[in-house]
Ligand binder design. Structure first.
Ligand SMILES: Cc1ncc(COP(=O)(O)O)c(C=O)c1O
Length: 330
């Protein structure tokens, strides 16, 4: 379902302006138009599991502008499956017609909206209710956790790691660091697992856009544990050592005022890259993480590196609800 391989593109004009390492963008914003970004890489493995296990519906959850929920809704539509989304937040009138939520509605999935307080306490109950409603209608449903970050989703970025190593050979580069936005941990988990096999010298850094480093150390470890137990044969050599655990690197300090809340400095970086390189980041994930990467380069973190990789994980539709704030910053 993902259109791969995606390009690996150097940001040469940014480099000419700033110096430092040359940043290469892995253009996973180009994995597709509706099934786009990092989400479809995970979902194609999750959807395969759903099909092979006889599920005819998908249920998942996320914020009201979740890229993962929109991608799941369209995976379902493309495969002829039913879909239910459990969304956190009240739909304001304007949000009903914008970005990911507009697309969710177009896809024909059913949606339930819950206040953050309700969602945080009762999410498992909402999953159970949706599952039993679909079951009663004759559609057994696969429950997909936040962000598609689970033992099946991990395989998406293991496959992407192999693809990236092919890109490195093609461009004749040997990057030692890769940076990605981390929201539910599955992309980073897959990259850590994949790179520890395909390019063990490469360090994977996740910039958390919510929660904190301690949370993601725990969450990514849990994804590894689920992966080991569901795929014991494939993961055996890694299971007995702490090799993956030691490779969980989180760059924290860039959440700002909270998940989905964006500073004008981040919006300025989004504008700058749009104009300088013709590349568009989203405010919630890639814009924040790219801002963090530039700030860390300025602090000297990657000073000895010649080439550095940033995975552009997509999220374009998430830009539209910020049009007012963007216009005010322009
Ligand atoms: C555009 C985008 N980038 C990055 C992420 C983070 O990926 P993950 O949830 O696997 O940590 C997400 C989703 O959470 C996303 O929608």
């Amino acid at each position: 379902m993902a259109h791969t391989p995606t390009p690996l593109q150097p940001l040469r004009r940014l480099h000419a302006e700033r110096g430092g390492p040359l940043i290469w963008l892995k253009r996973d914003d180009m994995t597709g138009s509706i099934l786009s970004g990092n989400k479809v890489r995970k979902l194609e493995f999750i959807a395969a599991k759903a099909k092979s296990s006889g599920f005819t519906a998908l249920i998942t959850c996320g914020g009201i502008q979740s890229n993962h929920c929109r991608a799941t809704a369209f995976v379902a539509a493309q495969l002829g499956l039913k879909c239910h989304l459990i969304l956190r937040g009240e739909p304001k009138v304007e949000a009903m017609t914008e970005g990911n939520l507009l697309l969710d509605r177009l896809s024909g999935c059913s949606i339930s909206f819950h206040s953050a307080a309700e969602y945080n306490v009762h999410l498992p109950d909402f999953f159970a209710a949706a599952e039993s409603r679909l079951q009663d209608q004759g559609f057994p449903a696969l429950k997909i956790p936040t962000g598609g970050s689970n033992a099946d989703g991990i395989w998406g970025y293991i496959a992407a790691s192999e693809e990236l190593c092919g890109d490195f050979r093609h461009h004749d580069i040997q990057p030692r660091s890769l940076v990605v936005a981390t929201g539910s941990g599955g992309t980073q988990a897959g990259l850590i697992a994949g790179m520890s096999h395909f390019d063990p010298q490469l360090s994977v850094y996740g910039v958390n856009v919510c929660d904190d480093a301690a949370y993601f150390h725990h969450k990514i470890q849990k994804d590894f544990d689920d992966w080991y137990s569901q795929y014991p044969f494939q993961t055996k050599p890694l299971d007995c050592s702490n090799v993956l655990t030691e490779k969980i690197n989180i760059i924290e300090g860039y959440v700002g005022d909270g998940y989905g809340l964006v500073s004008n400095d981040v919006l300025k970086i989004i504008q700058k890259l749009s104009r300088l390189e013709g590349v568009v980041f989203d405010p919630v994930y890639t814009g924040k993480a790219f801002y963090a990467l530039l700030a860390e380069i300025d602090k000297g973190r990657f000073k000895d590196e010649r080439d550095l990789v940033f995975v552009h994980t997509g999220g374009l539709f998430g830009l539209f609800p910020y049009s007012g704030q963007l216009a005010a910053t322009a």
